[in-house]
Write a protein that binds this ligand. Structure first.
Ligand SMILES: [Zn+2]
Length: 101
């Protein structure tokens, strides 16, 4: 489960990391930040690895899906993969649900 993520977050805090004010964009969990690198203690997502760009701008659902698929392909962390998959299914559900208008 997310035990590893919690353990890793705790280790980061012990070694000088600090809590991030904004919750995880994927699961709303608590994140810790060290050297510009945020790590979610709940789902293990690391959206700010490299650049500070959480999926803030929505874009079109199709754009988001391809971006998420690309992330999923390069993501090795189980928790993060599950968060991405959850987001993908949420988007596809929204697309198929709002095809009326
Ligand atoms: Zn998270």
């Amino acid at each position: 489960m997310a035990e590893d993520a919690v353990k890793r977050a705790a280790e980061m805090l012990l070694s000088g990391a600090r809590m991030v004010r904004e919750p995880c964009p994927y699961c709303g969990g608590v994140r810790v930040m060290r050297a510009g690198h945020a790590f979610c203690s709940s789902c293990g997502a690391e959206p700010e690895a490299g650049r500070a760009a959480p999926p803030a701008d929505p874009g079109s659902p199709e754009e988001r899906l391809s971006a998420l698929a690309a992330r999923l392909a390069s993501e090795r962390d189980e928790g993060a993969r599950r968060a991405i998959l959850a987001e993908i299914s949420a988007i596809t559900a929204r697309i198929s649900g709002s095809s009326g208008s």
